[in-house]
Design a binder for this molecule. Structure first.
Ligand code: G3I
Length: 357
């Protein structure tokens, strides 16, 4: 009996060692890249373990923050590209597909952008000029190095209408079209994407499809729809993910999962009791680990089933230690743990990709 247990233990060790050598990028269906959003410590090379893992596993990168409006243009007359240059160089050196995120968003954009004279809001022409200047300068700088851009991020509200963002209020509904026009002018070879979340919600998805069809009707270049995929263990359902994918691909555009993670913690009210607020502070229970493993296997099952439509899957962060979903708590939304060791979910994804080969 003890011999059997030892043998079983040995097999698990061998499997884990074997899985360690596997790289997701070598297992992806043809035409589908696998990537990760990286932070400053990674593209600066400070996080050496992270850099080794990123280089081994992925063939695409996205900037978690380095290429957003605020970090690249903190003031009207000041651009700061040091960090962004290092991010792009990190990917170019590794022959990775380098993506830009994002040019026009209602968040992480300096208040100065929307301010006009005498404390009034900036008018349409002023705001259009600032948007054009930013896009021309940023996209122009990385021409030929950045494969594709999230041109506009999160412009649609949950009911499918245009979000009343400062861009929409200041310029009007055509601000999205203007952004795509300016981006194409700045780099005619770059792919251009619209990026948003909760696309499994019918009303929101209908709003996104209306937006991209408007761009197509205006004969503006748009190559793909980015589905952020900030999901949970049981929402959206696999049927909802599958159905949304098919409908989005019905626009004729590429479908990409651009910010994938599986949030294991409930949203909490301020001042909530720590025990309920941070239930996994001392580690993840096995049953939840198994649920996460099944969830990732099911999700990747949909991606490989629709390999004709899905061209990219990007995780929003490398490991549980790097995830934005921690926010002072202990979350476990990704495939690698805080020691950068592969989790059972990683092995499950490997098995799905292998069985799809
Ligand atoms: O860089 C400053 C630093 O100088 C300062 O000391 C520190 C303390 O406040 O803040 C740092 O900026 C933080 C930045 O991340 C870089 O770490 C911002 O406060 C913080 O708000 C920002 O959070 C980012 C968030 O977008 C902002 O909305 C997250 O890292 C990033 O993961 C998250 O990513 C977004 C996608 O862009 C769009 N989709 C949703 C996704 C999650 O919110």
């Amino acid at each position: 009996m003890r011999l059997l247990a030892a043998a079983a233990g040995f097999i698990v060790l061998v499997q884990a060692a074997a899985q360690q050598d596997v790289a997701l990028k070598d297992l992806m269906p043809k035409g589908m890249v696998i990537g990760v959003a990286i932070n400053q410590r990674q593209f600066d090379g400070t996080d050496t373990a992270g850099v080794a893992l990123i280089t081994k596993q992925f063939n695409q990168i996205s900037p978690e923050n380095a290429l957003k409006f605020q970090p690249t243009q903190p003031a009207a007359d000041r651009y700061t590209f040091e960090a962004a240059d290092r991010y792009v160089q990190f990917g170019v050196e590794r022959h990775m597909q380098v993506v830009g995120h994002n040019l026009v968003w209602h968040s992480q954009t300096g208040a100065w952008v929307f301010e006009g004279a005498e404390g009034k809001p900036a008018d349409r022409d002023t705001l259009l000029a600032r948007m054009r200047d930013h896009i021309r300068t940023v996209v122009g700088r990385y021409k030929g190095k950045i494969h594709g851009w999230d041109v506009v991020n999160e412009a649609i509200d949950e009911d499918g209408s245009l979000r009343k963002s400062p861009w929409q209020v200041g310029i009007g509904d055509d601000y999205v079209a203007k952004a795509f026009e300016f981006a194409h002018d700045a780099d005619p070879d770059a792919e251009l994407y619209y990026n948003d979340f909760n696309l499994e919600k019918p009303a929101k998805r209908a709003g996104v499809i209306k937006l991209v069809k408007d761009l197509q009707a205006r004969k503006l270049r748009i190559d793909g729809i980015g589905n952020q995929a900030h999901w949970r263990l049981d929402t959206p359902t696999i049927e909802e993910i599958d159905g949304a994918l098919v409908e989005l691909h019905g626009t004729g555009l590429k479908v990409m999962y651009t910010e994938l993670d599986i949030n294991l913690l409930q949203n909490i009210a301020r001042g909530a009791d720590p025990a309920t607020a941070n239930p996994y502070a001392n580690g993840l229970p096995d049953d939840v680990q198994q649920q996460l493993t099944r969830r990732y296997a099911d999700v990747f099952g949909v991606f490989v089933k629709h390999r004709d439509a899905v061209t990219r899957v990007t995780f929003w962060g490398l490991s549980d230690a790097d995830s934005w979903l921690n926010r002072g708590r202990m979350n476990y939304p990704l495939l690698w743990d805080r020691q950068r060791q592969p989790k059972p979910a990683f092995n499950a994804v490997v098995d799905v990709l292998r069985s799809a080969k």
